[in-house]
Structures are given as structure tokens and as C-alpha cells.
Design a protein around this ligand. Structure first.
Ligand SMILES: [Zn+2]
Length: 426
């Protein structure tokens, strides 16, 4: 069979020795985070008596296209089993945001009842609901059992991984798509070529692939090394996204930035070469250049900042423990697994991570370091001396909420720089 996408866009499980985007070997290790478990594979009490798998986790930068990536791919079957936990945990805030995506796209592309919108990695269908409100045809593609929830809610959803075969079947049955959307999935997949060519076959001529993913500039600027975990194979700059789509019959025609996932980028990629490109694309490329995303020095500085934050955090933690003060953790986002495993923080140093009462993570244990996850009522009952905010990118609202509930503790913010915030300052 004729190869219809570059071979390096089928990323094989195991060590990766080339750039996942541009196939260059000019790669640099920015941070070695050691061998780590999968950050979303929380353990039950029973599993603590069994062996636990870990995989290399290194932050790598490509000097050709500027994509940041990891150099070990864990098999998608191990990461995305059918019971993979409810990914985004659709909050009211996210639902409102997703509805606003829908209405802005309807306006931008003059979508009507004749158009079909396909959301890949559509979760429970929240985003597509926004299009349905405007009477536009929708179809979801979602590999996990969450697709059942979407179908029950009236959002037609196919339970499958998106690939070329699947795309052709969809086109045959439902017709070509005007718009394909993927939010927070593009960093993850090994079958990058399958995904892009699938989108190509499914889109009508001049159709647009809208792709939203976390953004390299925000990761580097914000010291967010904890967004590096096995699920995130790649962290894109705009330059690397353009380098990616240049290898296909697509044009990156527009771009926008947002503040989801600690800073995200949304690219609009039109089917066909040589399409008109908005000024925003040029502007953001210039910002990336000016910031230094194309220079190794920028990443060296980033790594030094991370290492300094780690030393200061660990120094404070150990001193606090020695002084018999009580210090605990709040919340357990996926990213805190990277942070705590890299720092080397276990339950002797931080006895628990407190989560919201409705969290599905309660009574589970952090992978690797086995810190128990407990109901956050414990914070109010115990009033520890310090609470470490592991969802530190939402520090402000979390501190305000906890204080409003009666918490009198001071707060520790681990990143981007180690900071203590007194309760009286909140
Ligand atoms: Zn590259």
C-alpha cells in the first residue's frame, strides 16, 4: 500500500530517537524527570501490594521545528483503556467555554443547517451541544465509554479511535464535514499521520480542522514543567504546528491563544495548499521568535528555574517537617504526579492530598509515591500549618474558596517559583 503520510508520523511504542513532528535528530534533553508511572493511573489500596510500571520521562526540544516532546511513547492501549477516567471532568465553567467555542465558529465560518461538524475526542458531547443549539449537524467520535453518556444525552457519538478507515466510513455514511474539531487530544496520539489524513479524507474541500492544544510558549514562560507527562507526547509551538501541516495538503490559516490548560493555542488549518493566511499567524510567529522559542538558551534557563524551584520547595518541606509543623497537599491533578515524583515527595513528607468530596479520586493513591487522596474536609478539621497547592495554576480561586470555608493555614505555591502566601494575604 502506498504510504500516504510520513513514516515518522506513526510513533511506535518505546524510545523515540527523532523529532515526532519534523523527523530531525537535532534533539536536546532539557529536563530528565526520571522513570515515572502514568500520571492518571491512580492506585487502589490493593494495587499497593503489586508491582508498579514506570517509564522514562524526559523533556526534549527539537532545534529544527521547536517542538517540545518526550522521547518515550507508552502504548495507547495502556493509557486509554475504555474506562479511562472522565478526562476533563466537565465543569460548568468548561461547558460555558465550549459553548462559546461553538458560537464563535458558527460566526467565523457562516455555518448553517447544511454543515456537519465532527468533534474528535468529543467526551460527553458538551461542545457539540453548542452547535446543536444552532441547528447544525453534529457527530462525535470518542474512544472511551463516555461516548455512552453523550449518546444518552442526544449527541450522536461513535465509540472509536479516529483513523483513516474510520474517517472514510463516517464520510460515506454522513457526508463530508465542514469542520473538524479536536480539543486537548492532539498532543496525545501516536498515530499522528492517521489522524491528520483521517481529517483530510473526512473534510470537504476548503473544510477546516480546528485544533486546540496546550501551548509551548505558556509552558516555558510559566515554568510549567509539570505539564510534561506520558499522555502529552508533544507540546507545540505555532512554528512546529506549521512545520507539521506543511508535510500535508493543508494550510495553517489562523491562530488564537487562550488560557485553558494553563495556556493554549488554537490553530485553524484549512484543507488545500496556499490558502490565505491571517495576520495573527505572522504576529504570533514573531512573538515566538522574540521570546526565544528557537534558542536552546531559553530552555536551559527554563530548566534552571525548575531546578531552583525544586530545591527551594524541598528545603522548605524538610525544614518544616523538622520543626514538627504540619504540611499537607491540596488536590491531585494529573500534573502533580510529575511534580511529586520528580521532587521525590512521599507520604512521610506530605501525608495526604485533599480532593473535593465528589472527586472520583478519593481513597486512591498517587502513582509512584503512594500518597493517599482524601476528602478535603480534613483541611478544615485539622487546620494544618501549610497547604501545598498542587493545582497551582488555579491558586487564587482555590485559596479564596478554602479560606471562605474557614481554612486558616498558609499556602505553598510550588511553581513557577517557590512562594509562600500567608492566609492573611488571601
Ligand atoms: Zn522537529
Amino acid at each position: 500500500m502506498k504510504q500516504i503520510y510520513p513514516e515518522h508520523h506513526l510513533i511506535k511504542t518505546g524510545h523515540i530517537s527523532y523529532c515526532q513532528v519534523c523527523n530531525s535528530r537535532k534533539l536536546h534533553t532539557i529536563l530528565d524527570l526520571g522513570h515515572q508511572p502514568l500520571c492518571d493511573s491512580l492506585l487502589t489500596k490493593k494495587m499497593l501490594s503489586e508491582p508498579e510500571k514506570t517509564y522514562p520521562l524526559r523533556m526534549i526540544w527539537c532545534e529544527e521545528c521547536t517542538c517540545v516532546q518526550i522521547d518515550y511513547a507508552v502504548s495507547g492501549d495502556e493509557v486509554y483503556h475504555p474506562d479511562y477516567p472522565y478526562r476533563s471532568g466537565i465543569t460548568k465553567e468548561l461547558a460555558v467555554y465550549q459553548e462559546s467555542i461553538a458560537s464563535s465558529l458558527v460566526k467565523k465560518y457562516n455555518l448553517t443547517a447544511k454543515d456537519l461538524i465532527v468533534d474528535i475526542g468529543s467526551n460527553d458531547g458538551t461542545l457539540l451541544k453548542g452547535f446543536q443549539k444552532e441547528n447544525i449537524g453534529t457527530l462525535g467520535v470518542e474512544p472511551t465509554n463516555i461516548s455512552k453518556i453523550a449518546n444518552a444525552n442526544g449527541v450522536k457519538t461513535i465509540q472509536a479511535f479516529f483513523d483513516i478507515k474510520n474517517a472514510k466510513e463516517i464520510r460515506e455514511k454522513y457526508g463530508p464535514a465542514s469542520l473538524i474539531i479536536s480539543t486537548n487530544t492532539f498532543a496525545h496520539m501516536q498515530g499522528l499521520g492517521e489522524f491528520i489524513m483521517g481529517a483530510y479524507y473526512l473534510l470537504k474541500d476548503d473544510g477546516v480542522f480546528v485544533n486546540e492544544t496546550h501551548y509551548l510558549l505558556d509552558v516555558i514562560k510559566g515554568g510549567q514543567f509539570d505539564t510534561i507527562y506520558h499522555e502529552h507526547l508533544r507540546t507545540y509551538s505555532l512554528r512546529s504546528l506549521i512545520a507539521l501541516f506543511n508535510q500535508y495538503d493543508f494550510t495553517v490559516t489562523d491562530v488564537a491563544r487562550g488560557d485553558r490548560y494553563g495556556g493554549n493555542i488554537r490553530v485553524y488549518v484549512t484543507k488545500g495548499k496556499g490558502k490565505p493566511v491571517s495576520l495573527e499567524v505572522k504576529k504570533l510567529l514573531a512573538i515566538e521568535e522574540e521570546f526565544g522559542l528557537g534558542k536552546l538558551e531559553t530552555y536551559r534557563k527554563f530548566a534552571m528555574r525548575v531546578k531552583k524551584a525544586r530545591l527551594e520547595f524541598m528545603d522548605f518541606l524538610i525544614k518544616t517537617k523538622k520543626a514538627n509543623k504540619h504540611i499537607v497537599g491540596n488536590s491531585c491533578p494529573g500534573r502533580c504526579s510529575t511534580l511529586l515524583n520528580y521532587y521525590g515527595v512521599d507520604s512521610e513528607l506530605v501525608p495526604y492530598l485533599a480532593e473535593q468530596p465528589a472527586s472520583l479520586k478519593l481513597n486512591m493513591y498517587l502513582p509512584g509515591k503512594h500518597i493517599p487522596i482524601v476528602n478535603n474536609q480534613i483541611l478544615i478539621d485539622e487546620q494544618p500549618d501549610f497547604v501545598i497547592l498542587l493545582a497551582w495554576h488555579y491558586a487564587k480561586p482555590i485559596m479564596e474558596q478554602l479560606k471562605a470555608r474557614g481554612l486558616k493555614s498558609d499556602f505553598v505555591i510550588p511553581l513557577p517559583d517557590f512562594t509562600i502566601i500567608k492566609n492573611s494575604e488571601v
